[in-house]
Design a protein around this ligand. Structure first.
Ligand code: NAD
Ligand code: MG
Length: 398
């Protein structure tokens, strides 16, 4: 049977989120090509119930056990035969099933690490949106991918763009394959031109209002602090074996060029498109074929101009901290990520100011000594320690 005619089984981790919804939108444009095996969410019973009725997966998983019980009851009442599982064990179970070929890893934050690792161990094709997993455990994750014959396709728009512009044999080493730099583009978020003296008064509503992209709350705040770009620098390091010096962040406010690769012969290859995550999602779902995504073609005549500028580390200290964490190596990126998750949650809950996010991250990094990453359990212990310290710092600042 040809690859075209064989249905691919897919599990979507985080199907109720922004990436999850865009994935289901692309899938529904290709009936017959994919079979949704499992859908998962944290606690959004209503939305997962609706999705189960529409896509009839074999399994649905809720991380939260109370929500899982509610979902099971609702599905039974609706006459739907989807089996409901719960917790991290349930998430791990539905990525390792034989009938699953592809795993869309679209849980937000550290919660996505264990199921994404399980998908790597099971040798699946992983469509990776959950950048935090790679930031925390890049070394362990990439090793599992290599050793188990898994395949990793980036969903993050920049990394997907870089992947499309890279030479075929880039895994032989960037310098060896003629790559000089990765030019990682960034919109700069909603506060690129805002007067810094007003940063103290930034509200959660202002921070999540991204000018070009519609995304989940956490990544929207990360875009406003530019921690998102910092996490993406670390993500690019692991995906493409690039050093910190080989990755240049370029502010490009129009968000039409999704990233570029600069070669030693002077060539620069770029991937362009309307800012809509369904493009990288369709690229990875169809890979190596091209499939329709529902995204309107870019009207090149509508683009008045492209602007580029260098990032300002003073305006965006989170970006500086991420480069520092990458250079420090070991557990430093996991500590950066954990402190940031805690600080962003506090900011969204209005118990921490916008300017304090980077301070909490910096002070947590100062308090947790950097050590080598040996195994997942030790890494998760460091993650928990960083969260405790960050939480304490937030309580003291209140
Ligand atoms: P979101 O908040 O919209 O959705 C998150 C999903 O994860 C939801 O389905 C939620 O139920 C689930 N989830 C949350 N906590 C969980 C837990 N503890 N256990 C199990 N499931 C849990 O987030 P999003 O914007 O879709 O982002 C998802 C990931 O993709 C993030 O890592 C983000 O950085 C990355 N990403 C998103 C975009 C985007 O455009 N939204 C772009 C690039 C990368
Ligand atoms: Mg991105």
């Amino acid at each position: 049977m040809s690859e075209m005619s064989r249905q691919r089984g897919i599990t979507i981790l985080g199907s109720t989120g922004s990436i999850g919804l865009s994935t289901l939108d692309v899938l529904s444009r290709h009936p017959g090509r994919f079979k949704v095996v499992a859908l998962t969410a944290n606690s959004q019973v209503e939305r997962l119930h609706e999705q189960c009725l529409k896509y009839l997966p074999q399994y649905a998983v809720m991380a939260d056990s109370t929500a899982a019980a509610q979902l099971a009851e609702r599905l039974k009442a609706s006459g739907c035969h989807t089996e409901v599982l719960s917790g991290v064990d349930g998430l791990e179970q539905v990525v390792t099933l034989n009938e699953v070929d592809d795993v869309m890893a679209a849980i937000v934050g550290a919660a996505g690490l264990r199921p994404s690792m399980a998908a790597a161990k099971a040798g699946k094709r992983i469509l990776l949106a959950n950048k935090e997993a790679l930031v925390m455990a890049g070394d362990l994750f990439m090793r599992e991918v290599r050793e188990n014959g898994a395949e990793l396709l980036p969903i993050d728009s920049e990394h997907n763009a870089i992947f499309q512009c890279m030479p075929k044999n880039y895994s032989d080493g960037l310098s060896e394959t003629g790559v000089a730099h990765i030019l990682l583009t960034a919109s700069g978020g909603p506060f690129i031109d805002r007067d810094i003296s007003t940063f103290e008064t930034v509200t959660p509503v202002e921070a999540v209002a991204h000018p070009n992209w519609s995304m989940g709350q956490k990544i929207s705040v990360d875009s406003a602090t530019m921690m998102n770009k910092g996490l993406e620098v670390i993500e690019a390091h692991w995906l493409f074996a690039a050093t910190a010096e080989q990755i240049k962040v370029v502010i490009h406010p129009q968000s039409v060029i999704h990233s570029m690769v600069q070669y030693i012969d002077g060539s620069v290859l770029a991937q362009l498109g309307n800012p809509d995550m369904r493009t990288p999602i369709a690229h990875a779902l169809g890979y190596p074929e091209r499939i329709e995504s529902g995204v309107e073609n870019l009207n090149i005549f509508d683009i008045a101009r492209f602007d580029f500028k260098e990032p300002d580390f003073h305006r965006f200290p989170c970006l500086r901290l991420a480069f520092e964490a990458l250079k420090a190596g070991g557990t430093a990126p996991a500590v950066l990520n954990a402190a940031n998750e805690v600080a962003v949650e506090a900011f969204l809950g209005s118990s921490l100011g916008f300017m304090q996010i980077s301070k909490v991250v910096e002070q947590t990094m100062q308090q947790v000594p950097v050590s080598a990453v040996t195994d997942l359990d030790a890494l998760l212990a460091t993650d928990a320690e960083a969260r405790r310290i960050a939480q304490n710092l937030i309580e003291r600042s209140a």
